[in-house]
Design a protein around this ligand. Structure first.
Ligand SMILES: *Cc1c(COP(=O)(O)O)cnc(C)c1O
Length: 435
Protein backbone atom coordinates (compact mmCIF):
# COMPACT_ATOMS: atom_id res chain seq x y z
CA UNK A 1 0.00 0.00 0.00
CA UNK A 2 1.30 3.48 -0.68
CA UNK A 3 0.71 6.40 1.64
CA UNK A 4 -1.75 8.15 -0.66
CA UNK A 5 -4.07 5.19 0.06
CA UNK A 6 -4.09 5.87 3.77
CA UNK A 7 -6.11 8.56 5.54
CA UNK A 8 -3.54 8.94 8.29
CA UNK A 9 0.17 9.70 8.01
CA UNK A 10 2.72 6.92 8.43
CA UNK A 11 3.91 7.67 11.96
CA UNK A 12 0.52 8.40 13.52
CA UNK A 13 0.10 6.56 16.83
CA UNK A 14 -2.99 6.31 18.98
CA UNK A 15 -1.91 6.23 22.62
CA UNK A 16 -3.50 8.24 25.43
CA UNK A 17 -3.08 11.10 22.94
CA UNK A 18 -2.46 11.12 19.19
CA UNK A 19 1.25 11.16 18.35
CA UNK A 20 2.83 12.12 15.03
CA UNK A 21 6.54 11.83 14.27
CA UNK A 22 6.92 10.73 17.88
CA UNK A 23 5.47 14.05 19.11
CA UNK A 24 2.37 14.32 21.28
CA UNK A 25 -0.03 16.41 19.19
CA UNK A 26 -1.66 17.86 22.31
CA UNK A 27 1.76 19.12 23.44
CA UNK A 28 2.38 20.64 20.01
CA UNK A 29 -0.96 22.46 20.16
CA UNK A 30 -0.02 23.81 23.59
CA UNK A 31 3.51 24.79 22.56
CA UNK A 32 2.83 26.38 19.18
CA UNK A 33 -0.85 27.33 19.47
CA UNK A 34 -3.71 26.44 17.15
CA UNK A 35 -4.68 26.28 14.37
CA UNK A 36 -1.44 24.50 13.58
CA UNK A 37 -0.34 22.72 10.43
CA UNK A 38 1.86 19.70 11.24
CA UNK A 39 3.91 17.90 8.57
CA UNK A 40 5.25 14.38 9.14
CA UNK A 41 8.71 14.29 7.55
CA UNK A 42 8.85 10.48 7.55
CA UNK A 43 5.63 10.22 5.51
CA UNK A 44 6.85 12.80 3.05
CA UNK A 45 10.21 11.11 2.50
CA UNK A 46 8.55 7.70 2.28
CA UNK A 47 6.19 8.80 -0.47
CA UNK A 48 9.08 10.36 -2.40
CA UNK A 49 10.97 7.05 -2.18
CA UNK A 50 7.80 5.25 -3.17
CA UNK A 51 7.57 7.31 -6.38
CA UNK A 52 11.23 6.70 -7.15
CA UNK A 53 11.09 2.95 -6.56
CA UNK A 54 7.83 2.52 -8.49
CA UNK A 55 9.49 3.96 -11.61
CA UNK A 56 12.92 2.41 -11.08
CA UNK A 57 12.72 0.24 -14.21
CA UNK A 58 11.99 3.23 -16.39
CA UNK A 59 15.19 5.19 -16.48
CA UNK A 60 14.06 8.28 -18.36
CA UNK A 61 11.75 9.57 -15.70
CA UNK A 62 11.89 12.94 -14.02
CA UNK A 63 9.86 13.67 -10.91
CA UNK A 64 8.73 17.24 -10.53
CA UNK A 65 6.89 18.24 -7.36
CA UNK A 66 3.93 20.51 -8.19
CA UNK A 67 4.77 23.19 -5.67
CA UNK A 68 1.37 24.85 -5.77
CA UNK A 69 0.17 22.07 -3.42
CA UNK A 70 2.42 23.45 -0.65
CA UNK A 71 5.47 25.61 -1.16
CA UNK A 72 7.66 26.46 1.81
CA UNK A 73 11.44 26.69 1.95
CA UNK A 74 11.93 23.70 4.29
CA UNK A 75 9.71 21.58 2.08
CA UNK A 76 11.74 22.60 -0.99
CA UNK A 77 14.89 21.46 0.83
CA UNK A 78 13.40 18.02 1.59
CA UNK A 79 12.13 17.50 -1.96
CA UNK A 80 15.45 18.66 -3.36
CA UNK A 81 17.24 16.15 -1.12
CA UNK A 82 14.87 13.45 -2.36
CA UNK A 83 15.84 14.23 -5.95
CA UNK A 84 12.68 15.96 -7.11
CA UNK A 85 12.49 18.92 -9.48
CA UNK A 86 9.80 21.57 -9.15
CA UNK A 87 6.77 22.52 -11.20
CA UNK A 88 6.04 26.18 -10.46
CA UNK A 89 3.29 28.59 -11.49
CA UNK A 90 4.33 32.02 -10.23
CA UNK A 91 7.25 34.29 -9.44
CA UNK A 92 6.55 33.60 -5.76
CA UNK A 93 6.97 29.86 -6.13
CA UNK A 94 10.03 30.27 -8.36
CA UNK A 95 11.58 32.64 -5.83
CA UNK A 96 10.84 30.31 -2.90
CA UNK A 97 12.51 27.41 -4.72
CA UNK A 98 15.45 29.63 -5.67
CA UNK A 99 15.94 30.87 -2.10
CA UNK A 100 15.97 27.22 -0.98
CA UNK A 101 19.21 26.61 -2.91
CA UNK A 102 17.71 24.38 -5.55
CA UNK A 103 19.45 23.88 -8.91
CA UNK A 104 17.12 25.99 -11.06
CA UNK A 105 17.61 23.85 -14.14
CA UNK A 106 15.31 21.36 -12.33
CA UNK A 107 12.45 23.88 -12.35
CA UNK A 108 9.60 24.09 -14.83
CA UNK A 109 7.48 27.23 -15.17
CA UNK A 110 3.90 26.56 -16.01
CA UNK A 111 0.69 28.66 -16.11
CA UNK A 112 -1.85 30.16 -18.48
CA UNK A 113 -1.04 33.84 -17.97
CA UNK A 114 2.56 34.35 -16.98
CA UNK A 115 3.36 38.03 -16.69
CA UNK A 116 6.25 39.82 -18.35
CA UNK A 117 7.90 40.31 -14.95
CA UNK A 118 7.49 36.65 -14.04
CA UNK A 119 8.96 35.52 -17.36
CA UNK A 120 11.92 37.84 -16.91
CA UNK A 121 12.56 36.61 -13.38
CA UNK A 122 12.30 32.98 -14.48
CA UNK A 123 14.83 33.53 -17.29
CA UNK A 124 17.18 35.51 -15.04
CA UNK A 125 17.13 32.82 -12.35
CA UNK A 126 17.81 30.10 -14.92
CA UNK A 127 14.55 28.14 -14.81
CA UNK A 128 15.13 24.99 -16.89
CA UNK A 129 11.85 24.63 -18.79
CA UNK A 130 8.90 26.78 -19.73
CA UNK A 131 5.60 25.12 -20.45
CA UNK A 132 4.16 27.45 -23.10
CA UNK A 133 0.40 27.66 -22.74
CA UNK A 134 -0.87 29.87 -25.59
CA UNK A 135 0.00 31.94 -28.69
CA UNK A 136 0.34 35.19 -26.77
CA UNK A 137 2.85 33.67 -24.37
CA UNK A 138 4.93 32.06 -27.13
CA UNK A 139 5.32 35.43 -28.79
CA UNK A 140 6.11 37.24 -25.54
CA UNK A 141 8.58 34.61 -24.34
CA UNK A 142 10.42 34.61 -27.67
CA UNK A 143 10.67 38.42 -27.59
CA UNK A 144 12.06 38.51 -24.05
CA UNK A 145 14.47 35.65 -24.79
CA UNK A 146 15.67 37.48 -27.91
CA UNK A 147 16.29 40.67 -25.91
CA UNK A 148 18.24 38.68 -23.33
CA UNK A 149 20.07 36.76 -26.04
CA UNK A 150 18.93 33.41 -24.63
CA UNK A 151 17.42 30.27 -26.08
CA UNK A 152 14.66 28.85 -23.93
CA UNK A 153 13.81 25.15 -23.72
CA UNK A 154 10.06 24.78 -23.88
CA UNK A 155 7.27 22.25 -23.72
CA UNK A 156 3.92 22.96 -25.33
CA UNK A 157 0.98 22.64 -22.96
CA UNK A 158 -1.78 20.88 -24.83
CA UNK A 159 -5.40 20.11 -23.99
CA UNK A 160 -5.77 16.40 -24.63
CA UNK A 161 -9.59 16.47 -24.55
CA UNK A 162 -10.06 13.93 -21.78
CA UNK A 163 -12.88 13.95 -19.30
CA UNK A 164 -11.74 12.46 -16.03
CA UNK A 165 -14.14 11.87 -13.21
CA UNK A 166 -13.36 14.48 -10.62
CA UNK A 167 -14.85 17.79 -9.53
CA UNK A 168 -15.41 20.24 -12.43
CA UNK A 169 -13.16 22.85 -10.88
CA UNK A 170 -10.19 20.51 -10.66
CA UNK A 171 -10.62 18.99 -14.11
CA UNK A 172 -8.23 20.57 -16.57
CA UNK A 173 -7.78 18.33 -19.60
CA UNK A 174 -11.27 18.45 -21.15
CA UNK A 175 -11.58 20.07 -24.59
CA UNK A 176 -13.14 23.31 -23.37
CA UNK A 177 -10.49 24.32 -20.83
CA UNK A 178 -8.61 27.54 -20.13
CA UNK A 179 -5.30 25.66 -20.15
CA UNK A 180 -3.13 24.87 -23.16
CA UNK A 181 -3.32 24.60 -26.93
CA UNK A 182 -6.24 22.74 -28.47
CA UNK A 183 -5.06 19.74 -30.51
CA UNK A 184 -6.17 21.58 -33.66
CA UNK A 185 -3.82 24.50 -32.89
CA UNK A 186 -0.64 22.47 -32.55
CA UNK A 187 0.44 22.68 -36.19
CA UNK A 188 0.07 26.44 -36.20
CA UNK A 189 2.15 26.97 -33.06
CA UNK A 190 4.83 24.56 -34.23
CA UNK A 191 4.98 26.40 -37.55
CA UNK A 192 5.56 29.65 -35.67
CA UNK A 193 8.26 28.12 -33.50
CA UNK A 194 10.04 26.64 -36.55
CA UNK A 195 9.88 29.73 -38.70
CA UNK A 196 9.74 32.74 -36.42
CA UNK A 197 10.43 32.04 -32.77
CA UNK A 198 14.14 31.34 -33.11
CA UNK A 199 14.78 31.78 -29.39
CA UNK A 200 12.45 28.95 -28.42
CA UNK A 201 13.72 25.38 -28.46
CA UNK A 202 10.83 22.90 -28.52
CA UNK A 203 11.65 19.84 -26.40
CA UNK A 204 8.29 18.18 -25.92
CA UNK A 205 4.64 18.20 -24.96
CA UNK A 206 2.95 18.78 -21.63
CA UNK A 207 -0.54 17.89 -20.44
CA UNK A 208 -2.26 17.66 -17.09
CA UNK A 209 -5.69 16.12 -16.96
CA UNK A 210 -6.94 17.07 -13.51
CA UNK A 211 -6.56 16.40 -9.85
CA UNK A 212 -7.75 13.84 -7.28
CA UNK A 213 -7.85 11.22 -10.08
CA UNK A 214 -8.88 7.67 -9.13
CA UNK A 215 -9.12 6.09 -12.59
CA UNK A 216 -5.89 5.01 -14.22
CA UNK A 217 -7.66 4.81 -17.57
CA UNK A 218 -7.43 8.61 -17.74
CA UNK A 219 -3.63 8.28 -17.85
CA UNK A 220 -3.72 5.60 -20.56
CA UNK A 221 -5.95 7.88 -22.65
CA UNK A 222 -3.70 10.87 -22.03
CA UNK A 223 -0.50 9.03 -22.91
CA UNK A 224 -2.08 7.63 -26.07
CA UNK A 225 -2.94 11.15 -27.22
CA UNK A 226 0.48 12.54 -26.35
CA UNK A 227 2.31 9.71 -28.16
CA UNK A 228 0.13 10.03 -31.23
CA UNK A 229 0.90 13.74 -31.32
CA UNK A 230 4.63 13.16 -30.90
CA UNK A 231 4.57 10.70 -33.81
CA UNK A 232 2.44 13.01 -35.94
CA UNK A 233 4.71 15.98 -35.24
CA UNK A 234 7.70 13.92 -36.38
CA UNK A 235 5.96 12.98 -39.62
CA UNK A 236 4.55 16.38 -40.46
CA UNK A 237 7.17 18.75 -39.10
CA UNK A 238 10.19 16.47 -38.93
CA UNK A 239 10.74 17.47 -35.31
CA UNK A 240 11.81 14.78 -32.88
CA UNK A 241 10.37 15.54 -29.46
CA UNK A 242 12.32 13.98 -26.63
CA UNK A 243 10.19 14.94 -23.64
CA UNK A 244 6.67 14.22 -22.52
CA UNK A 245 5.20 15.73 -19.36
CA UNK A 246 2.07 13.92 -18.25
CA UNK A 247 1.23 16.20 -15.31
CA UNK A 248 0.15 15.18 -11.84
CA UNK A 249 -3.23 14.36 -10.40
CA UNK A 250 -3.00 11.06 -8.52
CA UNK A 251 -5.70 11.06 -5.83
CA UNK A 252 -5.45 10.63 -2.08
CA UNK A 253 -7.74 9.15 0.56
CA UNK A 254 -9.54 11.94 2.42
CA UNK A 255 -12.29 9.67 3.76
CA UNK A 256 -13.14 5.96 3.75
CA UNK A 257 -15.13 6.53 0.52
CA UNK A 258 -11.97 7.40 -1.43
CA UNK A 259 -10.03 4.59 -3.10
CA UNK A 260 -7.11 6.02 -5.05
CA UNK A 261 -4.76 3.69 -6.95
CA UNK A 262 -1.31 3.09 -5.51
CA UNK A 263 1.79 4.76 -6.88
CA UNK A 264 2.95 1.35 -8.17
CA UNK A 265 -0.29 1.01 -10.12
CA UNK A 266 0.14 4.49 -11.55
CA UNK A 267 3.72 3.69 -12.54
CA UNK A 268 2.66 0.43 -14.17
CA UNK A 269 -0.08 2.11 -16.20
CA UNK A 270 2.42 4.68 -17.45
CA UNK A 271 5.25 2.27 -18.28
CA UNK A 272 2.85 -0.29 -19.83
CA UNK A 273 1.33 2.26 -22.14
CA UNK A 274 4.74 3.57 -23.13
CA UNK A 275 5.82 0.06 -24.09
CA UNK A 276 2.62 -0.52 -26.02
CA UNK A 277 3.40 2.31 -28.44
CA UNK A 278 6.97 1.22 -28.86
CA UNK A 279 8.43 4.52 -29.92
CA UNK A 280 11.88 5.61 -28.88
CA UNK A 281 11.22 6.25 -25.27
CA UNK A 282 11.18 9.94 -24.50
CA UNK A 283 11.93 11.39 -21.10
CA UNK A 284 8.75 11.38 -19.09
CA UNK A 285 8.06 14.04 -16.51
CA UNK A 286 5.48 13.48 -13.83
CA UNK A 287 4.30 16.29 -11.60
CA UNK A 288 2.54 15.01 -8.49
CA UNK A 289 1.50 17.61 -5.94
CA UNK A 290 -1.38 16.42 -3.80
CA UNK A 291 -0.24 12.79 -3.59
CA UNK A 292 3.21 13.90 -2.37
CA UNK A 293 2.19 16.14 0.49
CA UNK A 294 -1.49 15.73 1.37
CA UNK A 295 -1.29 12.69 3.64
CA UNK A 296 1.84 13.95 5.43
CA UNK A 297 -0.06 16.96 6.81
CA UNK A 298 -2.63 17.31 9.58
CA UNK A 299 -4.17 20.43 11.08
CA UNK A 300 -4.79 20.88 14.80
CA UNK A 301 -7.64 23.07 16.01
CA UNK A 302 -9.00 23.90 19.45
CA UNK A 303 -12.68 23.33 20.12
CA UNK A 304 -14.56 26.42 21.34
CA UNK A 305 -18.29 27.02 21.31
CA UNK A 306 -21.00 24.61 20.35
CA UNK A 307 -24.65 24.87 19.48
CA UNK A 308 -27.42 22.31 19.48
CA UNK A 309 -30.11 23.40 17.03
CA UNK A 310 -33.41 22.29 18.67
CA UNK A 311 -34.43 19.12 16.78
CA UNK A 312 -31.55 19.78 14.38
CA UNK A 313 -27.82 19.43 14.07
CA UNK A 314 -25.17 19.92 16.68
CA UNK A 315 -22.51 22.40 15.60
CA UNK A 316 -19.12 22.40 17.26
CA UNK A 317 -16.93 25.39 16.37
CA UNK A 318 -13.16 25.32 16.05
CA UNK A 319 -10.64 28.18 15.95
CA UNK A 320 -10.00 27.95 12.18
CA UNK A 321 -11.91 27.02 9.05
CA UNK A 322 -12.26 28.35 5.52
CA UNK A 323 -9.31 30.75 5.71
CA UNK A 324 -6.80 28.01 6.57
CA UNK A 325 -8.63 25.28 4.61
CA UNK A 326 -10.86 26.66 1.84
CA UNK A 327 -11.47 23.28 0.17
CA UNK A 328 -14.75 22.30 1.90
CA UNK A 329 -16.43 25.63 1.13
CA UNK A 330 -14.90 25.79 -2.36
CA UNK A 331 -15.65 22.30 -3.62
CA UNK A 332 -17.48 20.39 -0.93
CA UNK A 333 -14.29 18.56 -0.04
CA UNK A 334 -14.63 16.03 2.77
CA UNK A 335 -12.23 15.42 5.63
CA UNK A 336 -11.77 12.92 8.42
CA UNK A 337 -10.81 13.92 11.97
CA UNK A 338 -10.07 12.56 15.42
CA UNK A 339 -9.81 14.16 18.82
CA UNK A 340 -6.09 14.35 19.65
CA UNK A 341 -6.64 14.18 23.41
CA UNK A 342 -9.30 11.41 23.18
CA UNK A 343 -8.19 8.93 20.53
CA UNK A 344 -9.42 5.94 22.48
CA UNK A 345 -12.77 7.38 23.55
CA UNK A 346 -15.80 5.90 21.88
CA UNK A 347 -17.56 7.89 19.15
CA UNK A 348 -20.87 8.81 20.73
CA UNK A 349 -22.23 11.79 18.84
CA UNK A 350 -22.67 13.03 15.33
CA UNK A 351 -21.55 16.63 15.04
CA UNK A 352 -20.90 19.20 12.34
CA UNK A 353 -17.55 20.95 12.66
CA UNK A 354 -18.06 24.66 12.01
CA UNK A 355 -15.31 27.15 11.24
CA UNK A 356 -14.94 30.51 12.97
CA UNK A 357 -15.25 32.67 9.84
CA UNK A 358 -18.26 34.84 8.98
CA UNK A 359 -19.83 32.73 6.23
CA UNK A 360 -22.58 30.14 6.69
CA UNK A 361 -20.66 28.00 4.22
CA UNK A 362 -17.67 27.84 6.56
CA UNK A 363 -18.29 24.24 7.61
CA UNK A 364 -15.14 22.15 7.84
CA UNK A 365 -16.76 18.74 8.26
CA UNK A 366 -20.39 18.03 7.64
CA UNK A 367 -21.51 15.39 10.16
CA UNK A 368 -18.82 13.22 11.68
CA UNK A 369 -19.06 10.71 14.51
CA UNK A 370 -16.75 11.71 17.35
CA UNK A 371 -16.34 11.25 21.10
CA UNK A 372 -18.12 13.86 23.19
CA UNK A 373 -16.45 17.16 22.33
CA UNK A 374 -15.72 19.73 25.00
CA UNK A 375 -14.25 23.21 24.91
CA UNK A 376 -10.46 22.95 24.82
CA UNK A 377 -10.34 19.59 23.05
CA UNK A 378 -7.82 19.38 20.21
CA UNK A 379 -9.24 18.28 16.89
CA UNK A 380 -6.83 16.67 14.44
CA UNK A 381 -7.99 16.92 10.81
CA UNK A 382 -6.22 14.54 8.43
CA UNK A 383 -4.89 15.02 4.91
CA UNK A 384 -4.40 18.76 5.04
CA UNK A 385 -0.85 18.90 3.64
CA UNK A 386 -1.93 19.87 0.12
CA UNK A 387 -4.01 22.87 -0.96
CA UNK A 388 -4.60 24.10 2.59
CA UNK A 389 -1.81 26.51 3.56
CA UNK A 390 -1.16 27.17 -0.13
CA UNK A 391 -4.77 28.34 -0.53
CA UNK A 392 -5.03 30.08 2.84
CA UNK A 393 -6.21 33.66 3.13
CA UNK A 394 -6.48 36.36 5.78
CA UNK A 395 -10.26 36.51 5.54
CA UNK A 396 -11.74 38.26 8.59
CA UNK A 397 -8.23 39.62 9.13
CA UNK A 398 -7.16 36.46 10.93
CA UNK A 399 -3.46 35.52 11.14
CA UNK A 400 -2.39 32.52 9.05
CA UNK A 401 -1.39 29.55 11.23
CA UNK A 402 2.13 28.32 11.90
CA UNK A 403 3.53 25.12 10.36
CA UNK A 404 5.63 22.58 12.23
CA UNK A 405 7.73 19.72 10.85
CA UNK A 406 7.91 16.62 13.06
CA UNK A 407 10.38 13.74 12.91
CA UNK A 408 11.94 11.36 15.47
CA UNK A 409 10.20 13.10 18.39
CA UNK A 410 11.52 16.51 17.34
CA UNK A 411 9.37 19.41 16.20
CA UNK A 412 10.61 22.45 14.28
CA UNK A 413 8.74 25.53 13.13
CA UNK A 414 8.95 25.79 9.33
CA UNK A 415 6.47 28.65 8.90
CA UNK A 416 5.96 31.20 11.65
CA UNK A 417 2.46 32.11 12.73
CA UNK A 418 1.46 35.53 11.41
CA UNK A 419 1.17 38.28 13.97
CA UNK A 420 -1.32 41.13 14.29
CA UNK A 421 1.47 43.46 13.15
CA UNK A 422 1.97 41.32 10.03
CA UNK A 423 -1.70 41.91 9.27
CA UNK A 424 -1.33 45.69 9.20
CA UNK A 425 2.24 45.77 7.84
CA UNK A 426 1.15 46.51 4.27
CA UNK A 427 -1.48 49.10 5.20
CA UNK A 428 -0.76 52.78 4.53
CA UNK A 429 -2.62 55.77 5.96
CA UNK A 430 -2.29 58.80 3.62
CA UNK A 431 -1.08 61.91 5.45
CA UNK A 432 -4.40 63.70 5.07
CA UNK A 433 -6.12 60.92 7.05
CA UNK A 434 -3.62 60.76 9.86
CA UNK A 435 -4.79 61.53 13.35
C1 LIG B 1 -1.91 21.29 -10.30
C2 LIG B 1 -0.99 20.71 -11.27
C3 LIG B 1 -0.25 19.58 -10.94
C4 LIG B 1 -0.41 18.86 -9.63
O1 LIG B 1 -1.64 18.27 -9.48
P1 LIG B 1 -1.93 17.33 -8.21
O2 LIG B 1 -3.35 16.94 -8.38
O3 LIG B 1 -1.71 18.16 -7.00
O4 LIG B 1 -1.01 16.18 -8.31
C5 LIG B 1 0.65 19.10 -11.87
N1 LIG B 1 0.81 19.70 -13.07
C6 LIG B 1 0.11 20.78 -13.43
C7 LIG B 1 0.34 21.39 -14.74
C8 LIG B 1 -0.82 21.33 -12.55
O5 LIG B 1 -1.52 22.40 -12.92
Amino acid sequence: MSINQSIKPLTLEEKEHLFLGGCDLVDLARKYGTPLYVIDEASLREICKNYKSAFKNYKNIKMMYASKALCTSALCRILDEEGFGFDTVSAGEIYTVYKSNVDMSKVLFNGNNKSLKEIELAIDLGVGRFSVDNFYEANLLNKIAYEKNKTIDILLRITPGIECHTHDYIQTGQTDSKFGFDLTQIDEIIGLIKNEYKNLNLKGLHAHIGSQIFELKSYYDEIEILIKEIKRIKEIHNIELSEMNIGGGLGVKYTTNDNPPSIEELAKSITDSMQKYGIDVPTIYIEPGRSIISTSGVTLYTVGSSKQVPNGRKYVAIDGGMADNPRPSMYQAEYFAQVANKPKHENIEKVTIAGRFCESGDILINEIELPKLETGDILCVYNTGAYNYSMASNYNKVEKPAMVLVNNSLSDIIVNRETLDDLVSKDVIPDRLKK
